[in-house]
Design a protein around this ligand. Sequence first.
Ligand SMILES: Nc1ncnc2c1ncn2[C@@H]1O[C@H](COP(=O)(O)OP(=O)(O)OP(=O)(O)O)[C@@H](O)[C@H]1O
Ligand SMILES: [Mg+2]
Length: 391
Amino acid sequence: MGQPLTLAPLTARARRGLVRWRVGEIVARFRAGTGRKAPAAASLPLPNTAAERPLFALRGIGKTFPGGVTALADIDLDIHEGEIFGIIGRSGAGKSTLLRLLNLLERPTAGGIAFDGHDLLALDAAELRTRRRRIGMIFQHFNLLSSRTVAGNVALPLELAGASKAAIARRVDELLELVGLAELRDRYPAQISGGQKQRVGIARALATHPRVLLCDEATSALDPETTQSILALLADINRRLGLTIVLITHQMQVIKAVAHRVAVLDAGAVAEIGDVADIVTAPRSAVTRTLLRELIGDEIPASVRERAARLAADGNGVVWRLAFRGAVVDTPLLAELSAAHPVATHLLHGYIDEVRGVPFGSLVALVAGENEHLRAAAGFLAARGVRVEEV
Ligand SMILES: Nc1ncnc2c1ncn2[C@@H]1O[C@H](COP(=O)(O)OP(=O)(O)OP(=O)(O)O)[C@@H](O)[C@H]1O
Ligand SMILES: [Mg+2]
């Protein structure tokens, strides 16, 4: 492994050129009507101290394209330094548009964006170029130059930034070592696999010491095993370099594997946002539940549903889905339920999984007994933090 990578300080020129506003001041400007649209009254409270200043702060962000398509509306979002922040949603939800706003490949038509405390929308062209160098990006289809070798692709942003030959050679070696491609440095993109291409993409994105790496469906063109290896590399880079990563995807397994927090986008709005363990184990929105179904397959098979309905009609039973997380996973829940209350349980369907060290699961069971005992059984389960839902 080469030298640990460090984030280079801003150049003196960039420092002079930057208007050093705090997020609060930017928003005060919006509110005073001297800037762009004031955030909606329901916007999140704004952090003011440097310690809690997010790397990106989006307030009341909207994007309507010239043709009239509104891709995003009233987005409030904070992305913190050092976190892996996931953005998930179905096709057309606005994920790529949101990501392109973060490096101003697109400009929002409403709201404000602060990057590291600076109003991104107020920067002039030269300042924006300097800022963009602090924002790396990788893509689903890698976007490598086919006429350049692996090393030549990684060198490109350094050449554009005017680095010396010696500095470029040093940095390229360091980066190829970091992504595990030192041996393939002289190959051309056509001579390497998709996973290797994405490693080149990652090395190239890190070349100019970015503060953040934006990933647009970076693993969607890869098979599951290669996806895991690229996600492991991103998690490793996040841990070792403390690099903030924003990951957009339509796959919950990508979020579950590496993200710390996630925003669920639905039709251009944030459906919910929070810690990945909370969103995965206790989704609140219908769209999150749909996206989770691909991951945990908690759809009850039709034949099981029919059998359950027959059994419930024959006896005095109800079909319950029990959702739980944490320590309760390690207890013999159904046995304890039957021991405490005269109800019979008949297991129909279930799974146990884990996200960020939190075990969680769901059981579907036919529970038979007198009404009063069923009510008491529901109370017993609720007291253990189990969510009971009639199916
Ligand atoms: N340049 C554009 N002009 C007009 N409409 C656009 C433009 N770019 C995106 N849109 C529209 O904005 C909406 C959101 O698109 P976006 O590409 O952000 O979705 P996405 O969540 O990334 O979808 P996918 O998962 O398919 O990549 C879509 O309705 C899309 O058609
Ligand atoms: Mg997209």
